[in-house]
Design a protein around this ligand. Sequence first.
Ligand code: UD1
Ligand code: CA
Length: 452
Amino acid sequence: MNIVILAAGQGKRMHSNLPKVLHPIAGKALAQHVIDTARALAPEKMVVVYGHGGDVVRSTLAADDLAWVRQEPQLGTGHAVAQAVPALGASGQTLVLYGDVPLTRVETLKRLLHAGKDALSILTVDLANPTGYGRIVRDAVGNVQRIVEEKDATAEEKAIREVNTGIMAIPSARLADWLGRLSNNNAQGEYYLTDIVALAVAEGLPVRTAQPDGEWEVLGVNSKVQLAELERVHQRNIAEAMLVGGVRLADPARIDVRGEVSYGRDVSIDVGCVFEGKVELADAVEVGPYCVLKNVKVGAGSRIAAFCHFEDAVIGPDGVLGPYARLRPGTELGPEVHIGNFVEVKKSIIGAQSKANHLAYIGDAEIGQRVNVGAGTITCNYDGANKHKTIIEDDAFIGSDTQLVAPVTVGRGATLGAGTTLTQNAPPDALTVSRAKQVTLTGWRRPQKVKK
Ligand code: UD1
Ligand code: CA
């Protein structure tokens, strides 16, 4: 089987410098959705037809299993497929997909391919408003005769509501001949791929149709309005699958998944969350409202309060996080770790039951177990040129408003008094303070405003 993906169109109505098929749905380019779907069908050849200005399309989507054919100028869908023919295998079926129709299901395409085993098969759909589409013209007993484009259709043909989605499975052996016989003698002066239907009928080859389960599967994107509509459809489908899988969603209309979320039992997610990349939520994880999680693994029973932002981080079981916590790449939290409001953690490992509950920056640190990091603590990890490491051993207590000037180590069980600026290692089990001694100046008066 061959798959040809048509992606040469300009997409003028997107009003964008980005080629249409690179606009994202769920964070992934439209054409990438199509390529991924195509790949799931395990074709022998996959060819993308791209057009003028499409070099960025090619460089963005390049993959070992994709062949690229440039169509220049663009003389219609038949002309587009003809450009791909030399790159295709000559047996089996050739499936034509559109790079701007992102949500077709693999099962639907399998159905179409199956219907077309010894035939030409067309994915069609009945639309309440068929305006703009090619119409499927059938004879008195219901056999498909041809496709007529809107601009070439008579009033009677325009009344037909069954339309061509553009997706077809064509016998590869007939492709070159049929495409070679297309003419552009029509209202748009284009070589219509759809004209091969009449050629197949003339040869006595059966023409069959298959239908998608949902209309959204065959909707294309020509504008930002349609892009936004399909984004919602796609997100709704993802949310529905999560609900079916047992996740509690406070509102399935208010979640965005731009990647893959896997989940255990009794996971619950509040409104407004965005999940990107690969996110793993173990059993009984609770995600509060308006959190952004990208490439994050969350251990069982962890609770994430509102407005957290985590990226490339691993959170152990039974963690208590947020509200307003930020975990940056390279963060690894052990079991029962608490990271509270306005605490930023970067490239740091924090051991079991340690806590940093308020207003802190922990960067390039290794923190043991049961450590308490007081409010306002800062690891001064950057000297202006290089990053240095802070090590805090088990059971240490870091007083509020401490600066740890790295590289520095706080020994096991050590206590740092509040306001300490630690520039040398703090020994274990001792109190280290760097403050000046407190004095009170009796007789001191506040300055007064001078009266003029
Ligand atoms: C096409 C079909 C029509 C169908 C409709 C579904 C033809 C003649 N008509 O019409 O029956 O109902 O799609 O949306 O096939 N493309 C190229 N090179 C070209 C022309 C188009 O790569 O020279 C690509 C476009 O990028 C797009 C797809 O082919 O992905 C369809 O092109 P478009 O111009 O949208 O076709 P329609 O006129 O809408
Ligand atoms: Ca179109």
